[in-house]
Ligand binder design. Sequence first.
Ligand SMILES: *Cc1c(COP(=O)(O)O)cnc(C)c1O
Length: 353
Amino acid sequence: MSRFLDVGVASLVPYVPGEQPKDAGYIKLNTNESPYPPSPLVIAAVKAESEKLRLYSDPETSDLTAAIAEFYGVGQKNVIAGNGSDEILAFIFKAFFGEKGAACPDVSYGFYPVFCSLFGIKYKPVPLDENFMIDASAYADVTDNVVIANPNAQTGIYLPLDKVEEIARSRPDRLVVVDEAYVDFGGETAVPLTKKYGNLIVVQTFSKSRQLAGGRVGFAVADESLINDIKTVKYSFNPYNVGRLGIAAGCAAMKDREYFDACRSKIIATRGRVAYELAKLGFTVLPSKANFLLIRHGGVGGEEMYRALKQRGVLVRHLKDERIKDFVRVTIGTDDEMDVFLKKTAEILGELK
Ligand SMILES: *Cc1c(COP(=O)(O)O)cnc(C)c1O
């Protein structure tokens, strides 16, 4: 730390992303990326767009918001795009949460409390129930704004849409942000509810289900007045927040529905098979509607499992949060990758005996 660092920044505990090893030898099941490449249409669009990199990108990201609006049947004015959904979330926290604070599940996406400390926002963790499920009724008494991930980060557990609606309806004077990073793997999106609830913001990303984690594209859908408020932050920070390549990639990915459906169907099928095999090996597997599984084995600790797999060339994620420290989180890769993961896992368990 230099002697120049602002005291407010010195006290921040930053978000720690999963490892991105330069060594390509690992089977990488640690950051919930897609194991499949982007659609060929995305690659062609990015190549064509690269000719125009001399020029700034469109600050309104119009082509991209039009493609998103068309996909979801909402108005283009109801959509804002960002440099990944992390940026969109940051804009939302900054725009709306200063006075009221943010209530979030105690086990969820690790960035929510980090944004709170960055922007000086009160963070209120709301416990998941004993089955690691979001308890919608627990939010009825909370006056803070609400941020939930659905399916939830880390657990993969999905909260039925009527429960999301209940949270939005119970207190119209606070905002409810639903982070749907994993919704395309078996959940139902709350986007249509944004037409009915002026206090609901749905956030999504192209990083997980659309093969573009490195493209950095995310978006939010909400009432036009909320989108305009978010734009006030964006235009006070980084007007060209999505680059030309991101816009081109995002547009093409949104339009290639066939490829999107093929990739997510494969992941859903692989997830079912892997969950079944893990249960046979004696693991507790939380019921996931995401592209990962949170798993625990009585015989091996979470940290130990993570290390043993890493030694065998498989990277998974171990999270240190108290409630899930006995688990590891395993991203669903290709069938071949998951076969290696299952084989190494069985090996590790075998050595314990
Ligand atoms: C991955 C993830 C994000 C971040 O997505 P980017 O668009 O890559 O910034 C946001 N929220 C949740 C719950 C995630 O899992």
